[in-house]
Ligand binder design. Structure first.
Ligand code: MLT
Ligand code: ZN
Length: 481
């Protein structure tokens, strides 16, 4: 397709001309775009669930501009979709004809306060930049997710991002002390407090975390920081079976003084996929095993003890038959190589065949049972489906992802996605689990919201939505069925 053709197909007028002029005037020359080439990456999600459209993207550079944009849109009754790095998995930030409000120019780190262990940042700062700024101040910001090089901290807040260190440090929700939010009527709520204790009524900040931009736009955040880890020990271990992952978790938490920061479980098929598509990935162990775990221990003392502690704990686990084989990284490069296996799996799984994703959580101890039962249910639903169950076993979050059976074409497999979802989510629900552990609801999981969330819960959520956004102008059609 030629550039001209692309421009013609994606430009969609439809906004009142007076509003367009007002918005352009608010954000200035560099603060807007209706150019198809510029808009293109903002209009589709990376998983391929959505192709959207927008008549105009605005990129305000400060909170006052965001508030003015929102006020103008509200006055004109025009809906708005806030967007961070657009790295989500449920198409929550993709517009479908609304004004697109990109936070990417709000990218200042306002303050790092090492004494308070806090950092105040604008919503458009890239997560990796937050991590670096914390380290430079001798502190640590622990949120770690695959897209950290391009996702924004505002998006992390709005989706309550999780990742590989939740076991030790919690979700994004646990890492936020204060928020600044532009409400759907254009008012600014300045809740940028840096307090650990503040029992002054309802915890408003929590409403906006995980709301996926349906209740307002997060414009700035006060983050919690931690002591900088001075030693990190990483190992790749083969475990006896899936039950052994739960035994290993308990053993390592006890043996390390709860300094275990990650335990990520991977199946053999996951290692094979990583090695097949990424020539840099090698198997750190000699024999083949059915299940593996990447474990990481973070120590805040530089006394050489972290590796020794992990080594002793793994020796104990071997003696108990929990661990069958293990390789401990002897350098940062080796640790990176271990984590690369996991990254390569996530990036390449869809290449094996069409991918049906499930981001579920169940109580930690129920994960092995869940995986066994869900695997059997999937096999019954679409025989030959390749189950690649991996993820954050320290916090109960399993990416129960499925690749098409060999020889089945993508459309035929995707046509069965709804049946596969039902089989998997029904089992998660039996364990009191969630169908959306860390990726959110967006537009992809609206049916599941209707099926698995109670009327009381949905009523309360709709009540908050109506209170804050009575005209339904903020990220319409997302989260609430
Ligand atoms: C991860 O943990 O790497 C991702 O959440 C996996 C996924 O996108 O399925
Ligand atoms: Zn994950």
């Amino acid at each position: 397709m030629s550039i001209t053709a692309l421009r013609n197909t994606t430009r969609s007028p439809g906004l009142p001309p007076a509003l367009v002029e007002a918005l352009k005037a608010i954000v200035g020359e560099k603060g807007w775009s209706d150019d198809a080439m510029t808009l293109e990456p903002h209009l589709k999600d990376w998983v391929g669930y959505a192709q959207g459209s927008t008549p105009l993207m605005v990129m305000p550079k400060n909170t006052d501009e965001v508030a003015a944009v929102v006020k103008a849109c509200a006055a004109a009754g025009v809906p708005v979709v806030p967007q961070g790095g657009n790295t989500g998995s449920v198409a929550g930030g993709v517009p479908h004809g609304e004004v697109l409000l990109s936070l990417k120019r709000m990218n200042r780190i306002r303050e790092v306060d090492a004494a308070d262990y806090t950092m105040t940042v604008e919503a458009g700062v890239i997560l990796a930049e937050v991590q670096v700024a914390a380290l430079e101040a001798g502190r640590f910001f622990p949120l770690s997710i695959g897209s950290e090089g391009s996702c924004t901290i505002g998006g992390n807040v709005s989706t309550n991002a999780g990742g590989t260190a939740v076991l030790r440090f919690g979700n994004m929700r646990d890492l936020v002390l204060g928020l600044e939010v532009v409400l759907p009527d254009g008012r600014i709520w300045n809740g940028l407090r840096r307090l650990r204790k503040d029992n002054t009524g309802y915890a408003l900040k929590h409403l906006f975390m995980g709301a996926e931009g349906t209740l307002g736009v997060v414009t700035a955040i006060v983050l919690r920081l931690f002591p900088k880890p001075l030693e990190v020990a990483t190992a790749f271990v083969a475990i006896r079976d899936l039950d052994a992952s739960i035994e290993l978790l308990a053993l390592l938490r006890a043996a390390t003084g709860d300094a275990l920061s990650s335990i990520e479980v991977l199946p053999r098929i996951g290692i094979d996929i990583a090695m097949q598509f990424d020539p840099e990935v090698g198997d750190p162990l000699e024999g083949k095993h059915e299940w593996y775990a990447i474990v990481e221990v973070s120590g805040t003392k530089a006394d050489g003890q972290t590796n020794a502690t992990l080594e002793a704990a793994l020796a104990d686990a071997m003696e108990q038959g929990i661990v069958l084989d293990a390789a401990i990284a002897a350098s940062t490069a080796q640790a990176k190589a271990i984590w690369r296996i996991r990254k390569a799996l996530v990036l390449n799984l869809a290449k094996v065949g069409a991918e049906v994703k499930h981001d579920v959580s169940v109580p930690v101890s129920k994960q092995p049972d869940f995986v066994r039962r869900a695997t059997a249910a999937v096999e019954k639903t679409v025989p030959g489906t390749r189950t690649v169950a991996y993820g954050h076993f320290g916090d109960g979050n399993i990416h129960f992802n499925l690749a098409a059976p060999e020889g089945m074409d993508a459309p035929s497999f995707m046509a069965r996605a709804a049946d596969l979802h039902r089989a998997v989510y029904d089992i998660a629900a039996e364990y009191g689990g969630s169908f959306a552990a860390e990726h959110g609801v967006g537009i992809v999981k609206l049916d599941e919201m209707a099926r698995y969330r109670s009327e009381v819960e949905l009523d309360l959520m709709r009540g908050f939505k109506t209170l804050l956004d009575p005209k339904g102008l903020f990220n319409p059609g997302k989260v609430l069925p």
